[in-house]
Ligand binder design. Structure first.
Ligand SMILES: [Zn+2]
Length: 113
């Protein structure tokens, strides 16, 4: 359900971004989704198809770029991707979650003009 509101936001942002631009149609919108953002790709695609009907994003390709979660090790200062657990590959202490992986933003909007 989260994705429903997120998709509505996408449409709104795209409309704002393109309000002074002349174009025939939006061909593609690229969004960056962190794996910890709570947004499920499939669900986002599902709502995108439904909610963009009749909007400027209708028929546009939704390209999702997934960002991996990055952990930070306070002991040795290493940033690393989570594997099975939070263990730092360098010094084997436990890392903690960072903001990397919680992203959700539009990277680009491509139009046909
Ligand atoms: Zn470490």
């Amino acid at each position: 359900m989260h994705e429903y509101f997120v998709t509505q936001q996408l449409v709104k942002i795209a409309e704002d971004e393109l309000k002074d631009v002349s174009f025939k149609r939006v061909t593609r919108i690229k969004v960056v989704v962190g794996e910890l953002s709570g947004i499920i790709d499939e669900s986002l695609k599902f709502y995108f198809d439904i909610l963009t009907k009749g909007t400027i994003l209708e028929g546009a390709e939704l390209k999702i770029i997934t960002k991996k979660a990055l952990l930070y090790c306070q002991k040795c200062g290493e940033y690393f991707e989570r594997t099975k657990d939070f263990t730092c590959p360098k010094c084997l202490s436990l890392g903690k979650l960072t903001e990397h992986g919680k992203e959700f933003y539009i990277e680009s909007i491509e139009v046909d003009d």
